[in-house]
Structure formats: structure tokens, C-alpha cells
Design a protein around this ligand. Sequence first.
Ligand SMILES: Nc1nc2c(ncn2[C@@H]2O[C@H](COP(=O)(O)OP(=O)(O)OP(=O)(O)O)[C@@H](O)[C@H]2O)c(=O)[nH]1
Ligand SMILES: [Mg+2]
Length: 339
Amino acid sequence: MESKADTPDAEMTVSASQSEDKPTCIIVMGMAGSGKTTFVKRLCSYLSEKENKSYNINLDPAVIQSPFPAHIDIRDSVKYKQVMKKYQLGPNGAILTSLNLFATQFDQVIGLIEKKQGDFKHIVIDTPGQIEAFSMSASGQVITESLACSFPTVIVYVIDTVRAENPNTFLSNMLYALSIMYKTKLPLVCAFNKTDILSHEFALTWMKDFEEFEDALNSDKSYLSTLSRSMSLVLQEFYENLNSCGVSAMTGIGFDSLLESVQKGAKEYAEIFLPDIKQRMAINEAQKKEFEDKNIQEFESDKKEEEIEAKAKEESDELNNNLESMYKDFDSLLKDVNQ
Ligand SMILES: Nc1nc2c(ncn2[C@@H]2O[C@H](COP(=O)(O)OP(=O)(O)OP(=O)(O)O)[C@@H](O)[C@H]2O)c(=O)[nH]1
Ligand SMILES: [Mg+2]
């Protein structure tokens, strides 16, 4: 991590009007190999040419060489290989543990970004290769919520367009994107990547026209395709509101429309998602306060019990002392009588 910083105020630090002045945070997620890291690299150089430099964060502890300049890099704080050795973990367990360790310091990261937020318009974040390590983990949730509480935050879900040409893979990507949206409760942009190899037009058609998707599934007669058919019908409403675009992280095609989609997402954040985030924060704060109050009450009642015990001990010590001196007096009286 760059340096130590004061921890930010625990209170909600962003409001709808303020969010316009704050940098927009873009959290890049996607399945392994979809092109997240290449996408982040391209986005960073696109933004620095277009407006000014972005603030970049690498959250992948296992990446050997990060191709973009990271202002904050998880690898500076947590050594993935050492975590593996120390806790005797496999690669996925070590990624998860590294993220857990890093999440405990994330208030410092927020402090660092807040100090420099006037200097840039976007915060770009790369996440680990194994998508569920971040998207479905408690540490991923802590990190995402901390960012969303402080900055307008948008998730960019990167899809490998070439692999998504298979209708079942396309659907599993859509289900994943949907579950991330549910889990994070944040605006989401689907970026169909690798369009230098294959245009994403087929995906747009499938999302608009269910029958086209059904035709694509027709060649596959398996149980999975029957399930895909029913699932796709359910997903129609999700598709209708989905913010999506085609890009090539390799060549830079489509980044203008990606930025427009992100801006649209940031607007949605302020208008639709922020009230809910505030409400969740208020509930979290109330639960935290209730927990603290309970702890204080328990501490005070423990303290009272200790005081009562101490007083009782004091009284019994005094009684013992009195008895002892009485015995002594009695002994010397006996001695006198015997003489
Ligand atoms: N043709 C083409 N290849 C791409 C594009 N984006 C990424 N790639 C290639 O896809 C492969 C995976 O890219 P990465 O950026 O490492 O993908 P990732 O999602 O970060 O991978 P993990 O972090 O390991 O999950 C690499 O070989 C990239 O060169 C693209 O837009 N076009
Ligand atoms: Mg990567």
C-alpha cells in the first residue's frame, strides 16, 4: 500500500449532489481469462489520453506482472506465496485469504483515495482471476461496499465474446452478471470484450429477440439447452434494462461507448442506487451501535459484579483481620490466666 492514512469517517460520505464532484469508481469483474487486466490497462491509457489519469488499483494478489501502473497494489501489502505457505493453502484459498487480509485495511485505502480525489475523475479496479473469490466473498463485499459508500461506483462485467458465442456460455455469463448485480446492488455495465476477433452483434440480437436465441440453442438438444431456454425467458427483463457495449481491450475499439455506459451507470448510482446504499448503511450503523451498546452494557454489568466481589472480599478480609486480632487477644489472655 502507498502509505498509512487516517481512517475515514464511518458515516456515509457521499450524497447525490456530492457524487457529481467525486471520481467514479469502476470495479472490473469477469470470468477467468475474459480480459479484465488487459481491459483495465486499456481503460487507464484511454482515460489518460481523453481526460486525465485515473487512480488505479490492483486487487489480484496472484498476478505476476501487472501491466498497468497501479497506485495501490494488494501485492505490496499481502504476499500471496507466503500466505500459501503460512496457512498451507491452495491457489484459490490463498487468493481468498489475501483478500481477507487486505479487506481489514481497506478503510486506509479509502482514506488514501479521498486525499487525492480532486486529481482524477475515475478510480479503476482490477479484480482476481477467479471471479467468485471477489464477487461472492465477504472480503469482496466489504471492499465493494466501502467503495460504494464513498464514491459513485459502477461494476463493469467483462465478457469474452468469442466464448460467449456458445449460447450456454452466453447464458452462464448473463446469470453471473445478474447475480453480481443482486449481490452488490450497484449499476452494472456488460462489456463484450475481444470484439477485434468477433463482433458482439449476435449477443445484442439474442438479448433483443428470444426466438433468435432459441434458434441458436436448437442445435443442442441436451437438458442444459432446455434449461437455458427457460432461463433466457426469465432474463428478458434483465436484458431490457441492461447497459451493454462491445469493446476490444487489445485494440481500444468501443471505449467511447464504454465511457458513456459508465457515465450512465454513475447517474443511475446517484438516482436509483444511492438511497438504498444509504439505507443499508444506516441499518449497518444501527446494528454496529446496538452491538457496541450491548458490549458496553455487558462491560458495565461485569464491572459492577467485580465491584461487588471486591467489596465482599474487602469486608471478609476485614472480618478475618478482626477475628485474628481477637484470637491473639484471647491467646494472651489464656497465657496470663495460666501463669
Ligand atoms: N484478441 C484479443 N485478446 C484479448 C483481448 N483482451 C484480452 N485478450 C487476451 O485474453 C487473454 C486473457 O487476458 P487477461 O487480461 O489476462 O484476462 P483476465 O480476465 O485478467 O485473466 P485472469 O486475471 O487470469 O482471470 C490474454 O491472452 C489477452 O491477451 C482483446 O480485446 N482481444
Ligand atoms: Mg487478470
